[in-house]
Design a protein around this ligand. Structure first.
Ligand code: ADP
Ligand code: MG
Length: 320
């Protein structure tokens, strides 16, 4: 039953056109399906190198862009067929935190004001004092209200700014937070702090995360489950400890070989370091990893391998 899922993507595809007469086609997201279960809070990692389509997936989930094909289901219902009341509920329950906390704020307002717009709405809904709501959110992200409420974004450290972003996301009592590279701009010690914050919010508040990253070490540190994206296609998916310890897809194997010690506290260790992906232009047949695959066979050139289930895992490769 799809209702067992909080969020489900079914065959989601998005093609962008650009260039002269919009003739250049970029398949940013190609037939992507995955689901985030409802029963227990978890951290689902969407990993891939730059240009693999991660942020496009995030923007589709948040309803900013419509897929050309496929569906996004929230609690079993297509988000693009929500009426306005349902969509309002969805926009409360599914929040987003992005990479650069500085550009996510209006720099002319102090923290108090940044949080007050949403807090006012919550205060009406819950008949609760605005100050209390703001304090609670700040405390939940490990900030001392009296210390930060009157400060402007430039007066905060990078880690504090990222925490304020999480606080703002917490205000509407979300069930799911889409975190698109939330620690990429932070240095090593702060990165660990924010990852620990995510783990904390999962356990204490029961919030699930879609954690989007190009960094497998941080993925391994926080994730419960991982989906690996390559040129818009999912190549492998499964419980993170299994995928990390015994990757199946040749691409995932290549990635793992660049993560000698999965230590999220070291900068760039375990970063996906393969060459920048060129998204697939137009339609191609065959496996997208063909040119780089050490195990390629003739059939890999002809057909593209479907995502196949193997035990509790999935892999898109003719080797299996
Ligand atoms: P990632 O977040 O993994 O780096 P993106 O989802 O941002 O990847 O981009 C995937 C591909 O889609 C890239 O080739 C990117 O250039 C292209 N793309 C993303 N958004 C647009 C857009 N609005 N118009 C045209 N191409 C886009
Ligand atoms: Mg991105």
């Amino acid at each position: 039953m799809s209702n067992l899922n909080l969020l489900e993507l079914k065959n989601v595809t998005k093609t962008f056109t650009s260039g002269f007469l919009f003739k250049k086609k970029i398949v940013a997201v190609d037939n992507v399906s995955f689901n985030i279960p409802r029963e227990k809070a978890s951290i689902f990692v969407l990993a891939g190198e730059s240009g693999s389509g991660k942020s496009t997936v995030a923007r589709i989930i948040l309803g900013f862009i419509r897929p050309d094909k496929g569906e996004v289901l929230y609690r079993g219902k297509n988000i693009f067929s929500f009426d306005s009341k349902e969509f309002t509920m969805y926009r409360k329950e599914v929040q987003a935190v992005f990479q650069d906390p500085y550009s996510s704020f209006n720099p002319v307002y102090p923290v108090d004001h940044i949080l007050s717009v949403t807090a006012k709405r919550i205060s009406r809904d819950e008949n609760k004092d605005i100050d209390k709501i703001i304090d609670e959110a700040l405390i939940n992200v490990g900030l001392r209200p009296s210390e930060v409420r009157n400060k402007y974004p430039y007066q905060l450290s990078g880690g504090q700014r990222q925490r304020v972003l999480f606080a703002r996301a917490l205000l509407p009592r979300p069930k799911l937070i889409i975190a698109d590279e939330p620690v990429s701009m932070l240095d090593a010690s702060l990165r660990a702090e924010i990852l620990n914050l995510m783990l904390d919010l999962k356990t204490k508040l029961g919030i699930s995360f879609l954690y989007i990253t190009h960094d497998l070490a941080t993925a391994n540190y926080v994730g419960d489950y991982i989906a690996v994206l390559y040129k818009g296609s999912l190549v492998e998916m499964g419980p993170i400890d299994k995928v990390m310890s015994e990757p199946l897809h040749p691409y995932t194997k290549l990635l793992m070989s660049s993560v000698p010690v999965p230590d999220p506290f070291k900068r760039w260790e375990g970063r996906i370091s393969t060459p920048e992906t060129e998204a697939i232009h137009g339609t191609t047949s065959g496996c997208k990893f063909y040119d780089r695959c050490p195990f390629r066979k003739d059939e890999c050139k002809k057909d593209s391998p479907p995502l196949k289930s193997i035990g509790d895992r999935f892999v898109a490769c003719f080797l299996y």
